[in-house]
Design a protein around this ligand. Structure first.
Ligand code: ZN
Length: 115
């Protein structure tokens, strides 16, 4: 489990064994429910409870602004000895790299496209 080292895992395990009441079971059910109901958005790969996440489903939002910024930067740097790339799909817009699993991050990096 990311972010949980051996000492923390041991403390959690001891707490689960010693816990009175049904808190460990409630946590287990919450993890199971989350695992079954949350998946990657079909369009952007961000977390979603439906086929498309709330951000992609929001009709008032527009990705055109981000594309305009990208095009501006590409035009500005055209002719410079640098390589511009765009991160591949799979990493949600606004999502942090630290929350991406290794497979998603690897696919995103290997799937970069030249701008
Ligand atoms: Zn989305």
């Amino acid at each position: 489990m990311p972010g949980v080292g051996p000492r923390s895992a041991e403390r959690i395990a001891l707490w689960m064994v010693r816990a009175r009441g049904d808190q460990p079971e409630q946590i287990a059910h919450a993890i199971t429910d989350t695992r079954q109901s949350i998946h990657a958005c079909y369009l952007c790969g961000f977390f979603a409870a439906a086929e498309i996440c709330e951000i992609c489903a929001d009709q008032s939002r527009s990705d055109v602004e981000g594309e305009a910024t990208t095009n501006y930067i590409v035009d500005l740097l055209k002719g410079k000895p640098i390589t511009l790339t765009r991160i591949a799909r799979g990493i949600p817009a606004g999502g942090g790299l630290e929350s991406a699993d290794e497979l998603t991050l690897s696919a995103a990096l290997s799937g970069r496209t030249k701008l």
